[in-house]
Design a protein around this ligand. Sequence first.
Ligand code: CA
Length: 347
Amino acid sequence: MSFGVGPEGLLWRDGDEAVDLSGLGGVFAQPSLNPLMAQGREAWRAATTAARGHDGPRIPLPDVDLRLAFQVADYVDFYSSLEHATNLGRMFRPDQEPLLPNWRWLPVAYHGRAGSVVVSGTDVVRPCGQRKAPDEDAPTFGPTRRLDFELELGFVVGVPTELGEAVPVEAFADHVFGLLLVNDWSARDIQAWEYVPLGPNLGKSFQTSISAWVTPLALLEDVRVAAPPQEPRPLEHLAGGRDWALDIALDVELNGETISRGNARTLYWTLPQQLAHATSNGARLRTGDLMASGTISGPEPGSEGSMIELFRGERFLEDGDELVLRGHAANGVELGSVRGRVLPARD
Ligand code: CA
């Protein structure tokens, strides 16, 4: 129940098989989802109906040659899980309040690197950078010793805006084509040294992996649930969108073992609030803009969406490790998985 892109054009995922849609021609015979995504809601609905009814060639999923499904325009990564922001605040700033004063007033975010977004299945090479442990006098340059993953829900923009135009929370579904899973690979030692005062940069920008399959937003309409309460009440331009929590069970598998189980419905800031915030200053949306939720960690032990939280900073990814993120919506729709294997740093 999602769109992907193969060598001939668009694909439709139907259970354990992919249906080749390229025979439908037009936007279906394109090497990316961008032309379809730019067309808007009516076209998305028609395309989904056409895909579901198309009797094209079928390929077993393991044999499908999947490409990056869309050209990523800009990439923004939020920080919308209360539990994750609290857990990380405690670890990165142990002598201060874990949440900074702005956190409950706006969905905090950083701008990532669109050119480093890759499709699921792409290996990640352990990045090098500056690291300085608290007990060291000066930084050194070398391979990260604290490579981590971040389990996130992402959305991709279809319909663009003009410069100066804000997208209210109510207009979210007019602009957003679909949802996907995101792994925001993170080098915690590089991040901890570089992030003050302007936020993450090289500790994140080496690679971001996304699922090959993009699920149309309309197919997740019936898993919308009420989001957790917000206190204080957000300012008027961010006050809506609270009926947009999504009941999507998430899990993380490391070398075949499940290490985390959570749910996207726990996010404090919903996706429409994120988009409304991102455009509230008039910043332009472009077809292919990717926005991710930030790491999704729940309140229960074992529902954390990163290793630094799951293992309290005592265990990180090792060379050869293979990680898979999965999402299962409450209506039975499977989000595409995000798979990646860690390769040693380059000499
Ligand atoms: Ca992140």
